[in-house]
Design a protein around this ligand. Structure first.
Ligand code: ARG
Length: 588
């Protein structure tokens, strides 16, 4: 469906052409002074230069032509040559009706459907999810949903970290504590146990313990590094331990991501790229992309125009070990082979920017990707505490994600005013509202910006918050339910009347921006665009609600129109919330 802006543009361009000017001057924008006009064209000013005449004369001519068009309620030329527009209310109602009938509210299918891989979440096996994992999960989930809604083929991959030192550390610590386990018996040739030698809570104690110790004890660290190298070169006992770690962790991670309403299509791991490494390394060497430098294999990634010198991409260390970049490159090889992506999006902390620059440049230079395959890194900022420093527990440790979620749910539960539900129901609602508080608090910021996590503000039912938006939808639903209870049937057929007053008109204009908002959010990979739109729409609804007695309206046609309008507001808001990965509770 054409957007209102496109329709107005067409009309304006036609008017410029009819008046004898180039149509390129007929660009229409949404006015940022809605009190003066709704839409504006300022093309008469540059046109005046080309046609050597006064801008106001050109504007005057255009106004004369457009005044004939009944889709405009007001067309005027304003000094020095602006063309100000207001559109006819009937046109607004017609377009919103059309929007309501169309799939995805009239969002057009993309010209070219892309296969997009979104690599997000960033979890590592054997380690608990902590607040640092919140942002990549929330932002990635939203970008995945937006891309899919746009009509692309999208695959979300958690790409678990499972092939690094953390595994070696756990093996080392486990061996120290339980040397009698068959994994550590020299020459053991039987089957390894099917039951894991640890639970998830054991792992959560083992890993930080081993990690801390390795920082103080050089020998211990060496031992862990050796264990990692042995695992990577296929030691069956270590592989068996690794498999237990993966199984135990994945089950736990799934339940945690589930709580965040974050769903991955693929649960791939760094180690899945392992089989691709030998051939890839050979290819890079044989084609001269990778060279040996100080015993290590590296790819020079410098490019003309670089402002500063970028270090080469390290593929194999001098001791033969592969690195984070190696698995990422091999993962690209795997993805190209299995999924033929047109675009790969990676979401991690912005401190990983250099790593991804190295990986992307290497992949491009050495043709591991096609010429038109795009790679995009989205580096997110840090979630800070009120002291402006990265969010920590009171004693300075990493705050577990589960703990944070419990805290916010508790806060929301205390804030909930209506108590006409069972405790269990209330807890479930608090979970949905709590998640909205966290996710909206995050997504309403630009991904790259740091922000302060302010529990009280995020969980507030007023202002620009997730709970406020959910509450607005719940309020609309309850109005529709009341109407239903009085025998009415709210449906998509409720005829819309042309908007009569300011607050109603404002909503029509706002709804018509929906498709453009989604497209911008996709192009810029900026869920915050959707947040701004939702907040404005929710606010506009609440003003309208304040000014009108919807169910008490005596004029039946008007009442039906109001109900039709709030129904589409609800549908649009719910769609937007879904794009952020949020659900609306039945009541709150
Ligand atoms: N597991 C990594 C970390 O903790 C993030 C993974 C991001 N994705 C990737 N393909 N490198 O930093």
């Amino acid at each position: 469906m054409k957007t209102i802006l496109e329709i107005l543009n067409d009309k304006m361009e036609a008017a410029f052409t009819e008046a004898g000017y180039d149509k390129k001057y007929g660009l229409v924008r949404i006015s940022n002074r809605q009190d003066l006009c709704e839409f504006q064209c300022s093309g008469a000013m540059p046109a005046a230069k080309e046609y050597k005449t006064a801008p106001i004369k050109i504007a005057g001519k255009i106004v004369e032509i457009l005044s004939e068009d009944k889709d405009f309620s007001e067309v005027s030329a304003v000094m020095p040559g602006f063309i100000n527009l207001r559109v006819d209310s009937g046109m607004l109602a017609g377009l919103v009706c059309q929007m309501r009938r169309e799939d995805k509210f009239g969002l057009n299918s993309p010209d070219r459907v892309m296969t997009i891989i979104v690599d997000y979440g960033g979890a590592n096996v054997a380690k608990a999810l902590h607040v640092g994992h919140l942002r990549p999960a929330i932002i990635g989930e939203s970008i995945k949903r937006i891309s899919r809604f746009m009509g692309h083929k999208v695959i979300g991959d958690v790409h678990l970290g499972d092939w690094g030192l953390q595994i070696g550390l756990i093996i080392t610590e486990l061996r120290r504590r339980q040397p009698e386990l068959p994994y550590f018996i020299e020459g053991y040739s039987g089957e390894f146990p099917a039951e894991p030698p640890f639970t998830i809570s054991d792992l959560e104690e083992l890993y930080p313990f081993a990690s801390a110790r390795s920082k103080e004890d050089e020998d211990y660290k060496k031992e862990a590094q050796e264990a990692t190298a042995e695992l990577q070169s296929g030691n069956p006992a270590y592989k068996a331990i690794w498999q237990h770690i993966v199984n135990v962790s994945v089950a736990d991670l799934k339940s945690n991501y589930n709580k965040l309403n974050v769903e991955f299509d693929l649960w791939k791991k760094e180690s899945d790229a392992e089989p691709y490494i030998p051939d890839m390394v050979k290819y890079l060497k044989e084609n001269g992309y990778a060279v040996v430098s100080d015993g290590a294999l590296v790819v020079d990634i410098s490019e003309d125009g670089d402002k500063k010198e970028l270090p080469p991409c390290l593929i194999v260390k001098s001791n033969g070990a592969t690195l984070y970049a190696t698995t990422d490159l091999a993962t690209i090889v795997e993805r190209m082979k299995l999924f033929h992506p047109d675009l790969m999006i990676y979401i991690t902390d912005k401190r990983q920017e250099l790593h991804f620059t190295q990986v992307f440049r290497t992949a491009r230079k050495s043709k591991l990707i096609h010429e038109d395959t795009e790679c995009l890194f989205i580096g997110h900022g840090t979630m800070n505490g009120k002291d402006g420093k990265p969010f920590k527990t009171r004693d300075g440790g990493l705050l577990r994600l589960e703990t944070l979620i419990e805290q916010i749910n508790g806060e929301v539960y205390r804030k909930m005013k209506i108590r006409d539900f069972t405790e269990e129901e209330g807890k479930r609602i608090a979970e949905q509202v709590g998640l909205a508080a966290i996710k909206y608090g995050d997504l309403s910021n630009q991904p790259a910006k740091d922000y302060v996590f302010d529990l009280e503000r995020f969980a507030s039912f007023e202002g620009n918050t997730g709970p406020y938006l959910l509450y607005t939808v719940v309020r609309i639903k309850s109005l529709l339910n009341k109407y239903r209870a009085s025998g009415g049937v709210p449906d998509g057929e409720m005829a819309l009347q042309p908007p009569q007053d300011k607050s109603e008109r404002e909503i029509y204009l706002m709804l018509l921006r929906f498709t453009e908002v989604i497209e911008t959010a996709f192009t810029e990979k900026a869920p915050n665009r959707i947040c701004v739109f939702m907040y404005e729409l929710a606010d506009a609804f609440n003003r309208f609600y304040h000014d009108h007695s919807i169910l008490g309206e005596r004029d039946e046609k008007k009442k039906i129109s109001y109900l039709g309008l709030i129904q589409i507001i609800k549908d649009v808001l719910e769609t937007c919330l879904d794009l952020l990965g949020l659900e609306v509770p039945g009541k709150m």
